[in-house]
Design a binder for this molecule. Structure first.
Ligand code: SME
Length: 158
């Protein structure tokens, strides 16, 4: 496919619907995980303009920073800590409308106001999380959760 992403305006659903097949096309024929995570982070950042989009990978009892787009971030997060470690421990997508009200939130960037973290499950095990931060309060809802879960399901994790 062409390397340029086709970006659209419109509703959140319309933006995701336009992006999904492009992410599928970008990742289907590439087997390298880092390459695919890097392009997914870039595609989401380019379409939505969020503050930070990226991946943390499970390494033992920690999450370790993976490919991302945005300001530099903390490199290691223990299971159960912060939004990412809590989403991992609870094995569920977490939507945080106000990061200052989330106990133990890890502030990688002081500009972040809201966040969503989507666990990535393979063979019943969580292998990583997709983390997205916005400068807008309450930027994420169930629409984001549904589409971001579909996007991470497209990835072959090996
Ligand atoms: N806020 C996250 C830490 C990662 S940064 O947002 C990139 C957390 O509380 O787990």
């Amino acid at each position: 496919m062409a390397e340029d992403l086709n970006i659209v305006s419109g509703t959140k659903r319309e933006q995701y619907e336009n992006l999904l097949p492009q992410i599928d096309a970008l990742t289907t024929y590439e087997t390298d995980l880092v390459a695919n995570l890097a392009n997914v982070a870039a595609a989401l950042k380019e379409q939505f303009g969020w503050l930070w989009v990226g991946f943390y990978m499970v390494r033992g009892d920690e999450l370790v920073l993976g490919p991302f787009q945005g300001p530099v971030a903390c490199t290691r997060i223990h299971k159960g800590k912060g939004v990412c470690g809590t989403a991992w421990a609870q094995a569920e997508t977490l939507i945080v409308p106000d990061v200052e009200k989330f106990p133990g939130h890890i502030a990688c960037s002081s500009a972040s106001r809201s966040e969503i973290v989507v666990p990535i499950v393979r063979n019943g095990e969580i292998v990583g999380v997709l983390d997205v931060d916005s400068v807008e309060p309450a930027a994420f809802d169930e629409v984001d959760a549904g589409y971001l879960e579909r996007i991470v399901a497209l990835l072959t994790w090996s």
